[in-house]
Structure formats: C-alpha cells, structure tokens
Design a protein around this ligand. Structure first.
Ligand SMILES: Cc1cc2nc3c(=O)[nH]c(=O)nc-3n(C[C@H](O)[C@H](O)[C@H](O)COP(=O)(O)OP(=O)(O)OC[C@H]3O[C@@H](n4cnc5c(N)ncnc54)[C@H](O)[C@@H]3O)c2cc1C
Length: 380
C-alpha cells in the first residue's frame, strides 16, 4: 500500500521546506542558533514553529493541535530534519505526547498536550546505568507516601531533560512479580526538589543527561495511566516512538544524500566531477534506492498506525526504525567518504550528519534489539 499525500499535506511539506530555507538555510544561521553546533535545540526556532501551529500538527484539536495523524507527524519530522531545523527537543516531546494521548486524564491532556502545542519540550526517562536494552531491569524506585510517591534512584541518557518542563519517569513501584510488572509512569517537573539533572558530554554536544532522584516527591495526580502498568503502557507507545525516530533519520539521511550529491557534482579531479566516476555514482544510486525504500516503509507504517492507532505493529515499527537509522548511518558515512577530506572538516555539515546518524542505531532500542523483535515475530 502506498501513501498518497493530500494537497494539504503537500502544501505542509512545501511550507516546512520554505521555513527551513528561510530561517536555518545557511551555516551562519544555524551556527548562531546552536552556539556553533553545541546545542541540538534552538528555543527561538521552536517558538516560531509553535506559533505556526506545526508542533501540534498531529495533536488532537480539542487540546490545541491541528488534528493530524502519524503521517502528518512524519512529514514534519522528516522535512524539518532534512532542512536541519535545530529542534532536537521535539522527538522526545512527541513520544511523551503519545503517552498522554493514550493514558492521560482529560486534565492531564489539557495541560500536557496544550503545553506541547504552545512550545513546551518534554523528556522521557527509562534507561538506567544498569538497565539499557533490558528496560525491565529498572530499579529507580517510587514509594507511596503522603498521598503521592517519593522517588529515589538514578536515570541516565535522558534526552532533552535540561530543556524540558517535565520528565516522564518510568519507575519501579512494586518488586513482587515478574520484572515487567510493577512499573509506573510519573510526571516529574524538571524543577522538582530532589531531582538533579547533570549533562553527559557526548559527540553530539549537549543533548542528554543523568538524572539523580533523592527523596523527590510527586503527588498522586502525577501518575500517568495506572499504577504498576508502566510496562504495558510503554509497549503501547513503542510503535509510535520507533516511527518518530525513523522519520527523523529519514530526513537526516536525505539531507546527507543531498549534500553528497551537490558536492560530487561540483568537485573536480582528473579533469571531471568526481560524481562522474562510476565508483561513486553507483553507490549514490544504491543509496538513493535505499532511501526511497525507507521512505515507503515509514509512510506505510504511519498510515497503518493512523488507520488503527490501537494496533501494536511490533514487526513493522521495528523494521522502520532499523531501516531508517541504518540507511542514514550508511548514507552519512558514504557521504563523508565521497567528500574526501572535506567531509571530515567541520566547515561542512557532513560530519554533523555522521554524528547524528551514528547514535540513532543505539537510542530508542539498538539495531540488535530491533532485529531481535523482528525475528521474534517470525517465531525465532
Ligand atoms: C544520545 C542518547 C540519547 C538517549 N535518549 C534516551 C532517552 O531520552 N530516554 C531513555 O530512557 N533512554 C535514552 N537513551 C538510552 C538508550 O535507549 C540506550 O542507550 C539503549 O537502549 C541501549 O542501552 P545501553 O546503552 O545500556 O546498551 P546495552 O543494553 O548495554 O547494550 C550494549 C550492546 O549489547 C547489545 N545487546 C544488548 N542486549 C542484547 C540482546 N538481547 N541481543 C543482542 N544484542 C544485545 C546492544 O545492542 C549493544 O550493542 C539514549 C541513549 C543515547 C546514547
């Protein structure tokens, strides 16, 4: 099944493209907005996108959104990533939005989804030092006390926590039963007493943090969904999470392709453009084909989610995340190789595409874990 875009969706894509060309189209603009690449997120650009109503493109109208679905969300994610809009905070924000749409009370939806449409950034904390791929091994504890929960423990790799209004925390509320039982989702304001956020230096700049909880209290109203049902709630959102990450990396991969293509057409060696050497042109032909396959897969899965949001689609969503991130990584590395020494120079964007793509096969479930999930759906 292919996805045919409506006229409105085509106009939306064209408008995002125009916005990116105008606001972040030059290296000078992007350097100013990101402190020379130190930050993946610009509050200035994000606020403009909120004003345009695009951050809420896929949120329900009754909570301040435009009422679109996952296809619309993917169009925005892909095109803004391709246009290099520095809105690194939006991926986790949309993941959190999905959890609230599925499990929030009316009041929670009004405040959280409304806030996101107006430009709030949100973060989600599952991973811990001892619980990465094995999320069921989490030990960060939330204990019932005084009409709420007291949180103690550590989370790690919490993307965008330093710029978020809240962290959606997955904590252990019960140690009886299997490791997948007894988890609860809790909304923790990033300014809460007892929460310390400490940045982790990475090759992607300032993007992710350790969280330390010491006697951090949140009231009962901050529970999202049902107590002890956090694992089931996480699983219900994985399809959308994988699609979000896949759509972003499709955009990154396409930008790496555009940049590589532009370069090899211009750069001459031995009296001709290097792109005219078959060694390069055939590789670009293969990469273009892979990117097109990825695009078809992403939008096919997005359309399936839109037609039945309650369906889990573990195989398809894992395939989309696996394919998009691996293709983006190969594209960026190939792009660097095709640009020779200039691909390695910070003067050009290709090294940034490489850094962005390298980590995408790790977060949100590594490629090995996606393959495990896909294999399991075939009874392996
Ligand atoms: C930049 C960045 C941002 C992140 N953002 C967030 C965030 O916002 N929120 C959050 O909760 N987490 C976040 N993470 C954490 C991320 O989801 C984990 O890093 C990831 O799930 C892998 O966990 P790990 O790093 O502990 O690796 P490990 O789980 O220790 O894995 C190490 C290696 O072993 C492999 N491996 C593990 N188990 C298996 C298996 N069963 N079969 C085959 N291979 C296996 C892995 O694929 C990997 O290659 C982020 C990570 C990074 C780097």
């Amino acid at each position: 099944m292919g996805v045919t875009l409506t006229d409105e969706q085509r106009d939306f894509v064209a408008a995002i493209r125009d916005f990116c060309a105008r606001e972040v189209g030059t290296r000078e603009q992007r350097d100013r907005l990101t402190d020379n690449g130190r930050h993946a997120h610009s509050a200035e650009v994000y606020a403009k996108l909120a004003d345009l109503g695009w951050l809420g493109a896929a949120l329900p109208e009754e909570f301040g959104g435009a009422g679109g679905g996952m296809v619309d969300a993917c169009l925005f994610l892909e095109e803004s990533a391709r246009g290099m809009a520095p809105i690194g905070g939006f991926g986790t924000t949309l993941i959190v939005a999905g959890a609230y749409e599925r499990f929030g009370t009316r009041e929670q939806k009004e405040s959280m989804l409304g806030g996101i449409a107006r430009g709030a950034v949100e973060a989600i904390a599952m991973s811990e030092p001892g619980a990465g791929s094995d999320v069921g091994a989490i030990t960060c504890r939330a204990t019932r006390r005084d009409g709420g929960f007291v949180i103690d423990g550590q989370k790690t790799w919490c993307s965008n926590a330093h710029i978020a209004d809240h962290v959606l925390l997955v904590a252990r509320t019960d140690t009886q039963g299997s490791k997948h039982q007894g988890m609860t989702m809790l909304e923790v304001p990033t300014g809460a007493d007892g929460l310390e956020i400490r940045g982790i230096p990475t090759m992607g700049g300032e993007e992710t943090s350790d969280l330390f909880f010491t006697e951090c209290f949140v009231p009962q109203d901050n529970v999202l969904g049902a107590v002890d049902q956090g694992w089931m709630q996480l699983m219900a959102g994985l399809n959308v999470e994988r699609l979000i990450l896949g759509a972003i990396m499709l955009g990154v991969g396409r930008r790496a392709f555009d940049d590589a293509l532009g370069y090899v057409k211009e750069r001459e060696q031995f009296g001709r453009p290097v792109g005219s050497f078959q060694a390069l042109s055939h590789r670009l032909a293969d990469l273009a084909t892979d990117l097109e396959c990825t695009r078809l897969l992403i939008y096919d899965v997005a359309a399936k989610v839109d037609s039945d949001p309650a369906r889990m689609l573990p195989r398809e969503a894992s395939m989309a995340k696996l394919k998009a991130t691996e293709v983006a990584k190969r594209m960026a590395l190939e792009g660097m190789q095709m640009m020779g020494g200039y691909g390695y120079a910070t003067e050009y964007d290709m090294q940034g595409h490489v850094r962005q793509a390298l980590v995408s096969t790790i977060y949100g479930g590594t490629s090995e874990i996606q393959r495990e999930i896909i294999a399991k759906t075939y009874g392996l």
